[in-house]
Design a protein around this ligand. Structure first.
Ligand SMILES: Cc1cc2nc3c(=O)[nH]c(=O)nc-3n(C[C@H](O)[C@H](O)[C@H](O)COP(=O)(O)OP(=O)(O)OC[C@H]3O[C@@H](n4cnc5c(N)ncnc54)[C@H](O)[C@@H]3O)c2cc1C
Length: 518
């Protein structure tokens, strides 16, 4: 039986209070109930924020302990090998599922393991040095490791999201992610979880190789024939390509090998940062947040002419981080620790970009969006301080198109440099953002304030390219044995959807191979 409750924040963690409410709602049945929280969300539309809690209730016995999903994985050390390029969420969840299917995953990752990777992140933050193979996007766990770790996804029709969340919990994520409507892990917890997933892969006979970069692919008669890793050719007729949306060299490899690619819409804009206390006051209507409520978030969207403007990857209590993958460019993104306790609230605010409109870039064919993104990132660097200091403006000055005399304090460790972002961003994007921010100020009173900074550039929201594949077999439409996977291929946008895509592809490969064996 399901019981839905609405409780004020101070009662949420009071089991006696909850038990009484459950008993009241199931009256006249007077048996002592066993109850389990299965869903929690906050409704902050009214005068005070209310927790909406869903409980599963039963009477005769307590809930059984659920067996771990990974307990029955076979050892695949001598089984058929399947090569996976990229150790992001897609690559690692593909590897777990391949093992379940009785196949041996061999993962090739250009970056370093989570521990080693930390040094390169420090170098970006403190020394302005970007290692093109080890940064916030590249390395074990991919862009997901030092990400914010929000696990909310709209990809509910693509598979069993709960399965992915359970695997994350089995590898160290907090159990709350199975319950919360907007689950969040935090960048401090993700590296251990990723390392634990690697241990599972290796202890069941899979292989993970770091500092191992895909440099080319070999195709014969429209079939995958091999991969070149660090100069060595490896013969194989199947690869899962899960290299993420920032691996521009991988798109070039595919393009040079005449693999069909399609330009797809993406989004580009800025990161905006407010004081968290201001966002809390707006969203909780000055109800004191204290320790009872999480740092408040928001989600805003509007239409400016033919362009959508929307907030993206909102990080309450978070930090803005430098997410460039090459020297000479500036890219910003956001993350937060599990406690979400920084004094800042940031989110990407981006404008949809249709590749058809990118006239000067059309000569690059399907790569148009890649070169467009790169040109803006390089302009941010060259017209900024030529370091990882990011060009920024007060929100009000950005809307009024004037240089800021001073900037607000900011969470971005490399620091900010005052620039008029209208001089650096593409005109269409800057104008849509400007009008969008005015709309957002109307939708959320207090949002439009000089206490906020806008910081450039938020350019890696999604892949500007799709690597088209068959819906059933997941193989590339033209190349047999090439399995374009997750975000870099245009089939995912976030940790969970990427993990799910990796899982689905591995399952399909298992079925294809096992069907042939029968
Ligand atoms: C700072 C930040 C915060 C984010 N916050 C969130 C969030 O809160 N919630 C959310 O859902 N998503 C978030 N994201 C996005 C999320 O991380 C990605 O959607 C997700 O990681 C995509 O998974 P993927 O496996 O498809 O690719 P990726 O995670 O990009 O992994 C690709 C991997 O392939 C490797 N690779 C690339 N080229 C090669 C090559 N030539 N040879 C070998 N290996 C290669 C890369 O090094 C990388 O490890 C965030 C991203 C960033 C950067």
């Amino acid at each position: 039986m399901i019981v839905e409750l609405r409780v004020e924040p101070q009662y949420k963690d009071n089991p006696e209070y909850i038990k009484n409410l459950i008993r009241e709602s199931i009256a006249p049945d007077q048996r002592i109930p066993f109850f389990k929280l299965v869903r929690s969300s906050i409704d902050s539309r009214g005068k005070i924020p209310i927790f909406q809690l869903r409980y599963e209730v039963q009477f005769d016995q307590d809930f059984p302990i659920v067996a771990p999903l990974s307990q029955d994985l076979p050892n695949v050390v001598n089984k058929q090998e399947i090569h996976i390029i990229g150790a992001g969420p897609a690559g690692y969840f593909a590897a777990l599922e391949l093992i379940k299917q009785g196949l041996k995953p061999i993962v090739w990752e250009r970056g370093k393991d989570v521990q080693e990777r930390r040094r390169d992140l420090k170098a970006i933050q403190q020394e302005n040095t970007v290692n093109p193979d080890s940064n916030y996007c590249f390395g074990e766990g991919g862009a997901g490791t030092y990400s914010d770790g929000k696990l909310y996804t709209r990809a509910t029709k693509r598979g069993d999201i709960y399965h992915i969340l359970r695997l994350l919990v089995e590898h160290g994520a907090q159990e709350e992610i199975l319950i919360e409507a907007h689950p969040h892990i935090g960048s401090n917890k993700l590296p251990n979880i990723i390392a634990n997933i690697r241990k599972t892969i290796e202890s069941h006979g899979g292989q993970v190789n770091f500092n191992a970069k895909l440099e080319d692919i070999s195709i014969k008669s429209s079939k995958i024939d091999g991969i070149k890793i660090n100069g060595t050719i490896i013969k194989t007729n199947r690869i899962i390509l899960a290299t993420g949306h920032s691996a521009r060299d991988v798109y070039t490899i595919l393009h040079q090998n005449k693999v069909t690619l399609e330009a797809k819409p993406f989004a580009l804009g800025v990161r905006v940062e407010h004081p968290q206390s201001l966002i809390d006051d707006i969203q909780y209507k000055s109800y004191p947040r204290g320790s009872l409520l999480p740092a408040a978030n928001y989600s805003l969207t509007c239409q400016i002419g033919s362009n959508g403007v929307f907030s993206f990857c909102m990080c309450p209590g978070g930090l803005i981080i430098p997410a460039a993958t090459s020297p000479g460019e500036i890219v910003v993104n956001g993350m937060s620790l599990s406690r979400r306790d920084s004094p800042f609230a940031n989110s990407g605010v981006v404008v949809t970009v249709d590749p058809i409109k990118l006239a000067p870039f059309q000569k690059y064919g399907p790569m148009a969006g890649v070169f467009y993104q790169q040109s803006v990132e390089q302009a941010m660097f060259n017209q900024g301080a030529k370091t990882q200091q990011a060009p920024a403006q007060r929100l009000t000055d950005f809307v009024q198109n004037k240089l800021s005399n001073s900037l607000n304090d900011c969470s971005y460790i490399p620091g900010l440099v005052s620039r008029n972002l209208h001089d650096i961003l593409p005109k269409d994007v800057a104008n849509s953002l400007k009008l969008g921010f005015v709309q957002f100020g109307k939708l959320m009173k207090g949002y439009y304030t000089e206490m906020a900074n806008v910081v450039g550039v938020e350019s890696r929201t999604s892949a500007p390219i799709k690597i088209p594949r068959d819906k059933i077999t997941f193989q590339h439409v033209q190349i047999e044995g090439l399995y374009p996977c997750a975000e870099g291929a245009g089939y995912a946008g976030g940790i969970v959807s990427a993990a799910l895509d990796g899982h689905n592809i591995a399952q399909a490969i298992g079925q294809q191979i096992n069907a042939k064996l029968v």
